[in-house]
Design a protein around this ligand. Sequence first.
Ligand code: NOJ
Length: 557
Amino acid sequence: MTTGAFWQEQVVYQIYPRSFKDSNGDGIGDLQGIISKLDYLHELGIGIVWLSPVYQSPNDDNGYDISNYQAIMDEFGTMADWEALLQGLHDRGIKLIMDLVVNHSSDEHAWFQESKKSKDNPYRDYYIWRPGKPDGTEPNNWLSFFGGSAWQYDEATEEYYLHLFSRKQPDLNWENPKLRQEVYDMMNFWMEKGIDGFRMDVINCISKADGLPSAGTDRYSWGGEFFICGPRLEQYLQEMNEQVLSRYDAMSVGEMPDVTPERAARYTNPDNHEVNMVFQFETMGIDSGEGGKWNVKPWKLSDLKAVTSKWQYALNGKGWNSLYLNNHDQPRMVSRFGNDTEYRKVSAKMLATFLHTLQGTPYIYQGEEIGMTNVKFDSIEQYQDIETLNFYREAVEEQGGSPAQAMASIYAKGRDNARTPMQWDTSEQAGFTTGEPWLRVNPNYHSINVAESLQDEDSIFYYYQKLIQLRKEHPIMVYGAYDIRAEDHDQIYAYTRTLGDERWLIVLNFSDQVAHVDLQEGASVSELIIANYDDVTVEPQAKMDLRPYEARVYKLK
Ligand code: NOJ
């Protein structure tokens, strides 16, 4: 196992540029906007920024559909702005990792424009084209992540192309060595500009099974078994590592839907030269029923414990975990796993304590550090996200489902929950823009905003700052081995961390009721490291009562 790498010891902050800060009043966040907030990030204490895509894009999926990998999106600014951002970060000792979206490009990318022209175009094989079945239907029955068939018919050459996401996101053909070389060259272009690594979008989908077989016999079906962690994934990751990452002190985190801990332990084992860590999705699945994310079911603490323990044990001493509870694709964590009304502040701090006291690298998503919450817009017209709009159309217009039920799913799981503009202050539009924001601001910005957080000594922001600082002072927070305690308790999540002869005990109340727990380790507490209520005593005691969403981190004798 690696130790001492910056990507292990620093905390990552994710910026979704469209929603972070607008500098020119067009309602869209931009690079100069980010630059104006660098001191804020520095004050928080994070050491790495992950920037969601800022490349040229027609924005079918807000930048995850790239039409030029080496140019900056006009709405976000210029290459000079981007260079100033990198410089501003580096001046403050903050690293920058860029989003790498190479499972697919935009259909407006020059490669695809060429590719669709003719079957013998030199770029044809950069994408995955197939003739239809003899009856004219799609080459196989795979569904897209965004609903509907994963194939689109193109009149010009009378073939279908594969798109695991929207029709405007054709999948790149990783079987083609020329395409792979283009990707590595592009990565090296950014590395040479001085970035510090990549977050790799759905990178475990790049290798599709030979023959692209249909999944089962249904007309349409989830084909994941044929493209999730496919046959040549590790070969491609190793090649990418060899061609790019290994040549620099670069960080890599692979987004990997449906990855198992066994596989992740292999992909992140430094001996295998693939990636440093992966984003797993099991935690994000604990409140989904049959059929996926929109079928919302209440999550159980026992499931959160089971999934977390599985990952903590599986990667300990082998690979490395990434730790997150929300991002631009997920609802806000305080609304989902905490309490966004009466106990918003204290539950946000409890969840932060959880994330920062597990083994791995914590990721903070913009606004998390001030406890931003989910949003409920009145009508579907106020939503912007392609996945959300597709879901609504399918559920209500095509399948005749109830609009109220669809909206309830969107309120719980829609991606726009995370994408409402960052709440900076109480001025109009939350200080995000002087114009009309591309997506409405959450009306609760009057009470939840950065200005308020910076004024309140007891704010969520300062609690994050303290956790980040503690992590720099105590290697046990980064590297300590995790061991669960009181496993069957249905309100309390308790665990120890151990590094050498140092041991810590973490006790978290995940409920809105007082919780009683009996923990043998409690008898040997020697110091309180951090807590989210301010009058916690440090008497050694096996029996403890924790108030709603209380979090305590103790050092043990
Ligand atoms: C995962 C990204 O995080 C998400 O926002 C995007 O829609 C898909 N990959 C497709 O790129």
